[in-house]
Design a protein around this ligand. Structure first.
Ligand SMILES: Nc1ncnc2c1ncn2[C@@H]1O[C@H](COP(=O)(O)OP(=O)(O)O)[C@@H](O)[C@H]1O
Ligand SMILES: [Mg+2]
Length: 336
């Protein structure tokens, strides 16, 4: 079953394809209660009815401006938040409170900031070894030591460096240590949340390539979250574009790169400099005006309408849902 069918056939009709899909997110909603006054509060719809799946061995990119809900999708998948509504299935199994520990062993998250996500008072050996202790995966100190050494060599950190502290390392090396830590328990699926955004561009490329090598060596599947469309394009097999809590476009990377349909996706690609002036002139550039509206006051109908150059009356009245425009290229827009 392809994605187009999954989305257009409605959430309740989704079928679990254990063989093909490592992860299925169905109708995920994550609302936060935000205080707006002494006695009043409003629901902040950080994620509002999002569905997608990730195939085994695949990288799905999740892209969108800051504040559109990407991190919340990642954290909800990891069940760091309990979803307001919707279901998450991992390898055909619905994730709930009862099987959380077991599933956490198979899923890990690599965060953006390697400076704050690693405890500066712990040695590299203990940082990488900690998840092994939590999940009681090693029978002896020796076994733990060997496993840590194996992980460090996978990410290009030498064994002599294992006794050093995290603060002694550069940003790129810290991110390598963070990745070794995520890999220690041998997960099948990793959420990478802005995992290279805090690094210099030259270091970014090294870490991105390492993610790719690790993927083929260890049969990993990734949800690759970033606001940088170039990074997401480089890493992903398919790309999902998010705006104010909703997916607005989802397609194969090549397809969405060559033929972005939603005006928001076009704008994201327009912001990337094109080296060849001839191609640049041919392509239709859309420059985004203004900021993303507050998620506490999401515009009615299509949330993008307040910034859209093609807005019509219908856009404020009805919310467009993702529909297949051919070859599984899903778009939520009334006018394009
Ligand atoms: N724990 C929380 N409580 C309240 N609001 C939150 C919480 N986490 C995120 N948000 C809000 O949800 C929206 C989406 O945030 P986030 O998922 O971090 O976006 P992104 O990762 O795309 O930048 C933002 O408006 C953010 O302020
Ligand atoms: Mg984020």
């Amino acid at each position: 079953m392809n994605d187009a069918n999954l989305v257009s056939s409605g959430v309740e009709k989704l079928q679990v394809d254990e063989q093909e899909n490592i992860l299925e997110v169905r109708g995920l909603k994550q609302y936060f209660k935000v205080k707006t006054g002494f006695f009043s509060s409003l629901p902040l719809k950080a994620v509002d009815d999002v569905s997608f799946c990730i195939k085994r061995g695949e990288t799905l990119g999740l892209v969108g401006e800051s504040g559109c809900g990407k991190t919340t999708v990642g954290r909800s998948i990891m069940h760091l938040y309990t979803p307001t509504a919707g279901e998450i299935h991992f390898a055909g199994q619905k994730i709930d409170k009862n099987n959380l520990t077991n599933l956490r062993r198979n899923m890990q998250m690599v965060f953006q900031d390697p400076y704050s996500s690693l405890n500066p008072r712990m040695t590299v050996e203990d940082i990488v070894g900690e998840p092994l202790d939590v999940h009681k995966l090693c029978k002896s100190k020796q076994e733990r030591h060997e496993r840590v050494q194996e992980m460090l060599s996978l990410v290009g950190i030498s064994s002599e460096q294992a006794s050093r502290y995290a603060h002694e390392f550069s940003g790129g090396q810290r991110q390598r240590i963070g990745i070794a830590r995520a890999l220690a328990i041998d997960p099948e699926f990793i959420v990478c949340d802005e995992s290279v955004s805090a690094l210099d561009v030259s270091i970014q490329a090294q870490i991105l390539n390492m993610f790719k090598e690790l993927q083929s060596k260890l049969d990993l599947s990734y949800l690759f979250i970033a606001h940088d469309i170039l990074v997401v394009t480089y890493m992903s097999d398919r790309i999902a574009v998010m705006y104010l809590g909703k997916l607005i476009e989802l397609a194969d990377t090549r397809e969405i790169n060559d033929n972005p349909i939603h005006p928001y996706t076009k704008a994201l690609f327009s912001a990337v400099p094109i080296p060849d002036p001839k191609t640049a002139r041919k392509s239709q550039r859309i420059v985004l005006k203004g900021d993303v509206p507050s998620p506490l006051h999401v515009p009615s109908g299509c949330a993008f309408r307040t910034r859209c150059p093609y807005v019509t009356e219908r856009c404020s009245e009805e919310t467009p849902s993702l529909t297949d425009r051919g070859n599984g290229h899903l778009v939520a827009c009334w006018n394009i």
